[in-house]
Every structure is written in C-alpha cells, then in structure tokens.
Write a protein that binds this ligand. Structure first.
Ligand code: IMP
Length: 418
C-alpha cells in the first residue's frame, strides 16, 4: 500500500464491504479524507485497540488523524455531524474538520417523506434506511434544497424555508433552529473543494471515502433498488470538485461473499440455514438500521462490472475469516440467460431476475480460533490455510485485478498484505 496522492475507495457490491477499516488503513499517512456522496445512510465502522467507532456522516478514516472533509456531493444530517465530532474528540483524535458550504442538508421533512414514499410503494418498497436521503437529493435537483451556507444567511434561509413550507405541510425545521445549527457549524464551513485541490497541488495525500456500493449507484446499480447518489469512483470528481486526472488509484473493497440490505434482485442469495449461519458468523446486521442483511455467494459477473466502471486499480478483500468452517464454498463465475452465457453483467434488474448463476465449488478450510487468525495476521499471507489462499487466488484470477489486502477480522491489525 504505497501512499499515492489521490485514492478513491469504492464498494464493489451492495455496500457494507468494510470500507471503514480499509479507509482507516489508507488514511494512516494521509493528510485529508473526504466523504463525497451519500449521507447518514452509510455506516462506517473502525475497530482500533479493542474500541469500536461507528460513523454515519464523518469519514471513518478521520480516526487515523487525517483532516475530515464533507464535500458538496453529500447530504448532511447535522445532528449526526455534531455527535460524530464528539466521538473523535472523546477518543482524543485531533483531526481537523471542514464541511462544504455547498452541501445540502437533510430536514425532518425529508425523513418523513422517505417513510411515506416507502409506505406508498407497499410490496415494492426499496427498503431505504429512512434517513431522508432520496428526498434530500430530490430537493437538491429541484433547486429547493437548503445548503450549509444558507444557515449563515438569515434572509436567504427564511425565503427558502417559505418555499419548502408551501411545498410540504409539515416537518420543516424552524428558522431559529437552523440558524443555531449554522452558528455551531460556522467555524468548520469552508470551500472543501478548493482546500482539497490546493492540498493535492502541494503534494498532499487525500483519500476519498466512498459510501454504499457500486450496485446501489443511482445510474449504474439495480435501479430502482438503489440509493440516490452515484457511488462509483467518478462520483469523487463531481462530489468534491476534483478533475478526473487527479485520481491516482481506485481501491475496490469487496467482501469474501455478498450481502444486501433492503429489497432488490440478488442472484446468488443463500436462504435457509446456511444463509443464517453466514449471517451470524459475519454479524450481518445493518450498522445504520440493525436490519438483518441478506447473504449470498460471491458474484463474479457483478464484480467484473463494478471493477470495469470504476476502473479499479486493486482490491481489498474483507471478512475472509467469516467463511471458515464451511466445507464447500461456491463462487458464481458466470450467468446463463436465454441460452447465452454472460461473464460480465450490467446490473439490469430485468436481466438479473432471469439469470441462472453458474457456480464452481471450492474446498473450504476448518474453523480457526481468534488466536489462530491473530497469528496469521502477524505472520502474513503464507501462514494462511491453503484453501483460503486458493479461494483468494481464484477470485483474483477471475477478476483480473490484484487483491493486495485481505482482512481477516474487524479490528485494525487483523489483515494481511500480499
Ligand atoms: P437509502 O440510501 O436510505 O435511500 O436506501 C436505498 C437502498 O440503499 C436501500 O436498499 C438501503 O438498504 C441501501 N443502503 C443505503 N446505504 C447503505 C449502506 O451504507 N450500506 C448498505 N446498504 C445501504
């Protein structure tokens, strides 16, 4: 993991790939870490020195001391921001913080609408986190959104709230409350985009911490069962105002199996007892909502697609330890659909609903104690069980990109480099 200047971290599946820990590792020598899309729907966790820290709004990499930035492409839950700044402070982390004046804020009305729209969909509900993400992005697109900088301008804020009140019957914050937020936030409000560009000009290292995953991208995912932002690597450019040629590396984070929280197509889903067993082993419950995640085998056609559209440089594979103790491990290496075979699949819902996954079966490895995994983390890749190495090598060969980092436990330190 050489410290190149501008690194984008993206999830290659349906989110929850373990980006928080990878971001922390890559931020240890970074100057700045940026959230550029999404909002408090994300749940990025870092476990360091036996303590667990959970972030929804701030980039998890800030735990490593890099200056935390929230850029204009995000939708901001202000209460979360204040709470998470407190988490950093009480952990003794002295990272700086800057929030873009251009980011849109989530209001109570957006959360209410999120729930209402979900209820209206009935059986076709997306299964959103109900954090108001979709409605806030739609107000942004309608140009009726409230931006961070508006909190500092009473007249402007009053006018904007008036429009929102005419649009919505309830749930619009009071002017006073928002102005108070503005006062509390004012030392941190800035031009994140200029700050980041200047930092890169001076040879600084910046990590762009993506949230959610490629298959939840609003344009390139399994629409309509997606989130409301772009989650691919290119979103770092639009979400933080940096030119595409600035990006040196794209790190794709993937889990050793697949999970999905919320509704939507899932070709390799595992039901029954086995699914339950993996869910328990991996503690696959939503960080933000506590919902049980759906579990499935690794899906190479979807991963190939995700790697392609973000032009991933290398891969960090997480939660390999969770698969321990399973006798056989399946990997979907292609799809069969209408008599055709697909090696790479765009996540069209219509297509994916009709595919038949083609599986290969690999040998599993025995259950290892936490102590044994710890020893592997100390000794490195060669001390990994043969079958675990064969699994990673097989995936690497199928994806055609190097898997440079393998995480074998939630805690920082429980990983091996290759
Ligand atoms: P929303 O982003 O809350 O609108 O939810 C839309 C879809 O994205 C739902 O299926 C959510 O479960 C999913 N989603 C949103 N954020 C995350 C995340 O950070 N990890 C995993 N799934 C997410």
């Amino acid at each position: 993991m050489v410290g190149v200047p501008a690194i984008v971290i993206v999830g290659l599946q349906f989110g929850d790939e373990g980006k928080g820990k990878i971001s922390y590792l890559l931020c240890r020598d970074a100057d700045c870490v940026v959230r550029f899309q999404g909002g408090a729907n994300a749940g990025h966790t870092v476990v360091v020195d036996g303590r667990k820290f959970k972030f929804n709004m701030l980039p998890a990499g800030s735990m490593a001391g890099a200056t935390a930035c929230i850029a204009s492409g995000t939708v901001v839950d202000l209460e979360e921001v204040f709470e998470e700044l407190e988490i950093l402070r009480s952990a003794g982390i002295k990272s700086g913080f800057m929030i873009s004046r251009a980011a849109n804020i989530v209001l109570p009305i957006h959360k209410e609408l999120d729930a209402k729209i979900e209820e209206a969909r009935g059986g076709k509900a997306v299964g959103t986190t109900r954090r108001g993400i979709g409605p806030t992005y739609s107000d942004r697109a309608l140009r009726t959104g409230i931006r961070i900088e508006d909190l500092l301008d009473e007249e402007r804020l009053r006018e904007k709230l008036e429009i929102l009140r005419k649009m919505h019957s309830s749930g619009v914050d009071s002017l006073e409350k928002l102005l108070e937020y503005g006062r509390r936030l004012s030392p941190y409000i800035g031009d994140v985009e200029i700050f980041v560009n200047d930092l890169l000009d001076r040879g600084g290292k910046v990590v762009f911490e993506g949230a959610q995953g490629t298959l939840l991208d609003i344009d390139h995912g399994t629409y309509p069962y997606v989130t409301s932002s772009n989650t691919i690597a290119g979103a770092a450019c639009t979400g933080c105002g940096i030119g595409p040629t600035r990006i040196n590396e794209v790190v794709g984070v993937m889990k050793a199996y697949t999970t999905r929280v919320g509704a939507g197509v899932f070709p390799t889903e595992i039901g029954g007892e086995l699914g339950e067993r993996i869910r328990e082993a991996g503690q696959e419950y939503g960080t933000t909502t506590g919902r049980p995640r759906r579990v499935g085998w690794l899906d190479i056609p979807l991963l190939r697609y995700a790697i392609r559209i973000s032009d991933v440089s290398w891969i960090a594979l997480t939660k390999l330890d969770v698969l321990s103790g399973l006798e056989k491990l399946k990997i979907c290496i292609g799809y069969e659909v209408d008599g055709r075979r697909l090696e790479l699949a765009p996540p069209s819902v219509r297509l994916l609903e009709n595919v038949k996954p083609i599986y290969v079966e690999l040998d599993g490895w025995g259950r290892l104690s936490e102590e044994e995994w710890r020893r592997i983390a100390e000794r490195g890749w060669d001390s990994m069980p043969d079958e675990a190495r064969a699994y990673v090598e097989f995936v690497e060969e199928k994806l055609g990109k190097p898997i440079k980092l393998v995480s074998i436990g939630a805690e920082v330190g429980m990983e091996v480099e290759r």
